[in-house]
Design a protein around this ligand. Structure first.
Ligand SMILES: [Zn+2]
Length: 194
């Protein structure tokens, strides 16, 4: 199964004290668009981690350490921060869309942190991206899309054969100044510059 194209991400909550004592106490936890904040908090609970890892809770540790994840996240993500990803997953068909976004923008541009509270919200930048991004199987499909876009914008009448006189390479190059493009898992993600 190709996990990268499914609509979930996985984290590996672990116990930092055990880790420092040379013992790997962790388990894999899957986050989907239906995961609640409560479930994530539970998943990051230190006793839950030992239960799931089948390791006696004898270390006395209380610090959670995300020992691995499949989306380039950090080692010390909080439950609320992780719940931010749930909100992203609700806006897109699968997590590759987030990977494509992150190929172009900085880490955490997908979130913002409103002043005065500690909730994580999806940035307007990501929302616009989620609404406008298009996915193509090949560069040829992208070219066809750009040509159609140009034709539409300029109201070109094909019956008059004018398309024979258009420099399509230049058209595509010029149009691409307004777009961002990146490739994830053999798909091309294209969206208008935000
Ligand atoms: Zn431990």
């Amino acid at each position: 199964m190709d996990t990268k194209t499914d609509n979930y991400i996985e984290i590996c909550p672990g116990c930092l004290a055990c880790y420092n004592q040379g013992r790997l106490t962790f388990y894999w936890f899957r986050i989907t668009k239906d995961t609640t904040l409560k479930q994530i908090e539970q998943a990051l609970d230190i006793e839950e981690i030992h239960r799931k890892a089948k390791t006696p809770y004898a270390c006395g540790g209380d610090e959670v350490h995300i020992q691995d994840n499949d989306f380039c996240g950090g080692e010390y993500m909080s439950a609320k921060e992780l719940f931010g990803y749930v909100q992203l997953l609700k806006l897109i068909p699968n997590f590759d869309y987030v990977r494509a976004f992150k190929n172009i923008y900085l880490m955490e541009d997908e979130f913002y942190y409103p002043e005065g509270n500690h909730e994580v919200e999806v940035s307007s930048m990501f929302k616009e991206y989620a609404e406008s991004v298009q996915v193509f199987d090949s560069q040829n499909d992208v070219d066809i899309y750009l040509d159609d876009t140009f034709t539409e914008i300029n109201n070109i009448d094909y019956s008059k054969n004018v398309h024979n006189y258009i420099d399509w390479e230049k058209v595509r190059r010029d149009l691409m100044y307004d777009y961002k493009k990146t490739e994830v898992n053999s798909k091309i993600y294209l969206w208008r510059e935000i």
